[in-house]
Design a protein around this ligand. Sequence first.
Ligand SMILES: C[S@@+](CC[C@H](N)C(=O)[O-])C[C@H]1O[C@@H](n2cnc3c(N)ncnc32)[C@H](O)[C@@H]1O
Length: 205
Amino acid sequence: MTADQPGYDALADLYDRTFPDPFQTALERRAVDAFADMVLESRPDAGVVDVGCGTGGVSAHLAGRGLSVCGVDPSAGMLAVARRRHPQLTLRTDDARLVTVDLSRVGGVVARHSLIHVPPDEVREILVDWSARLSAGAVVLISTQAADEPGVHEFDHAVAKAWRWHPDALADAVVAAGFAEIWRTVSRADADHRFPDVHLAARRP
Ligand SMILES: C[S@@+](CC[C@H](N)C(=O)[O-])C[C@H]1O[C@@H](n2cnc3c(N)ncnc32)[C@H](O)[C@@H]1O
């Protein structure tokens, strides 16, 4: 059964009005563009999966970069907004376990602020599973709210249970799953962000 996200179902329209642009900073946009560049350089014909695609803004951005994108999300409400705003996209109900996706044919997986809603031990298992199913050369980009304190910390997210990761803890989980880290960015908290943010890119050797 797909993970339940009643909070996002109820707030999908408000989320859409609050975040009409998927990127709040130039760095976020560039991290996603750097991910797109890496996939286009190594596996231009392979598709990418946007895990927890929400209202579809990142999926649409990647499609605009020439990538074939499949957006998945467990929230029917978020997918309904995504379908309305981006009718050209391929979108389906699924969660981070990606049971509906043939990962062997995928060149990249992006998960922007969606794995925050998955308990940390489950994230570690999911990363091991992605690594086993992806082909060599596939790229992953994961972003989460970050912590300066070591480890992983539950926090009071407005919509659903959530955890933020110290960048080293996220990198440890990604590397333990069999990926090789390529780069990471860490942006500090600011007027629009209560916590630092980490974007981490890695490749399946
Ligand atoms: C903060 S929104 C981010 C949306 C989008 N990735 C973006 O960057 O704009 C988090 C999304 O993660 C989804 N989500 C929640 N639990 C999930 C899970 N177990 N697997 C995949 N996505 C999940 C939510 O439904 C929601 O659409």
